[in-house]
Design a protein around this ligand. Structure first.
Ligand SMILES: CC(C)(COP(=O)(O)OP(=O)(O)OC[C@H]1O[C@@H](n2cnc3c(N)ncnc32)[C@H](O)[C@@H]1OP(=O)(O)O)[C@@H](O)C(=O)NCCC(=O)NCCS
Length: 300
């Protein structure tokens, strides 16, 4: 198996890998996957593919940074999939070893992954252990918007510098810097349901002015499904202020936008606050990590 960076010509192969691996497919078509590869390449971080005899049989995406304080500087495996007919032949291991090696080269403290339940055994075998408990919440949004006026400014994510990593209070959006397909679909306002074929996903963001705080919070709403009667948005939140206040602001904003349910993946104190605010716990997932041995990274 040969590992190499993906080019636009690999789009159909990568799309096939994701369809056959059976997880959630991040693109609606191979064409959309091609756009994604081109965007990642422009960002200097193209996907990595596993190639056997000229055929793409596995694909992985990584990025590194420090946006989850509990993890330190981490290299995150945000996607790894092996085509069904090539699983259990060492392809995934080859990709993961590449990520571990890259993590040391980039001077990271660890490799992290938000692991699919079925793949936990695979990561354990490679020395990964559970690190963060992510709790998934569904938060019904009251249909009457908060009366208090909210200080909200639209934000263009593609132009946004990385928000302060210490302020991330939910699990990460697969990161703004990674510019997933969603980000190119960012809209100033959420689309209005008109029946027929609406975009399956949309994303929008607001800077949230916080009374008494110099720095604003950033709320990113990702519309996962867009139905006439159930407008659900995933919420990602960066904020320097006590979260409960900001969470209330975000809920008020969601009501204002006509979103009926927020889904949030949170950990630590934010998870506790969401439970206090009426969030309904819907399950738990794990972030696994594998620390780099001291002295192997460039940060010694
Ligand atoms: C998980 C996945 C990436 C692993 O890739 P792979 O090429 O099949 O894995 P490898 O052949 O390198 O496996 C190495 C070892 O990991 C372990 N392993 C692999 N897949 C496993 C699984 N699903 N459950 C438990 N252990 C697993 C096994 O011990 C395996 O060794 P063995 O086959 O000798 O027993 C791949 O199976 C896949 O794409 N699955 C579907 C999509 C997915 O879950 N992706 C991960 C999202 S976080």
């Amino acid at each position: 198996v040969k590992l190499r960076t993906a080019t636009a010509a690999d789009a159909a192969g990568i799309y096939e890998v994701h369809v056959s691996a059976g997880g959630s497919i991040p693109w609606d078509s191979a064409d959309e996957c091609r756009e994604h590869i081109q965007r990642m390449t422009r960002q200097g971080n193209p996907p990595i593919v596993a190639d056997v005899g000229g055929e793409v049989v596995g694909a992985m995406e990584i990025w590194w940074g420090q946006d989850v304080p509990q993890l330190g500087r981490s290299l995150d495996v945000s996607m790894i999939d092996v085509r069904a007919d090539h699983q259990r032949r060492g392809v995934g291991s080859a990709l993961l070893r590449h990520a571990m090696c890259r993590s040391r080269q980039e001077g990271c403290d660890c490799v992290s992954v938000w692991a699919d339940r079925n793949a936990i055994g695979f990561y354990r075998k490679h020395g990964f252990a559970e690190r963060l408990l992510l709790r998934r919440f569904r938060l019904p949004v009251p249909s009457v918007p908060a009366r208090r006026r909210l200080d909200l400014q639209p934000v263009e994510l593609a132009r946004l510098g990385a928000p302060d990593p210490a302020h991330l209070r939910t699990w990460r959006l697969v990161h703004p810097r990674q510019l997933w397909q969603d980000l190119s679909r960012q809209q100033a306002e959420p689309p209005v349901w008109q029946g027929g074929r609406e975009p399956r996903r949309a994303i929008f963001a607001r800077r949230i002015g916080l009374p008494g705080h110099r720095q604003a919070a950033l709320g990113v709403y990702r519309l996962a499904y867009w139905k006439p009667d159930a407008q659900t948005a995933g919420l990602y939140l960066w904020t320097p202020a006590p979260e409960a206040d900001v969470l209330r602001c975000c809920i008020g904003h969601a009501a204002f936008l006509g979103v009926s349910t927020l889904t949030i993946l949170a950990y630590g104190r934010t998870a506790e606050q969401l439970a206090e605010l009426g969030g309904i716990a819907e399950g738990q997932e794990h972030v696994l990590f594998r620390p780099n041995p001291l002295g192997e990274g460039s940060r010694q």
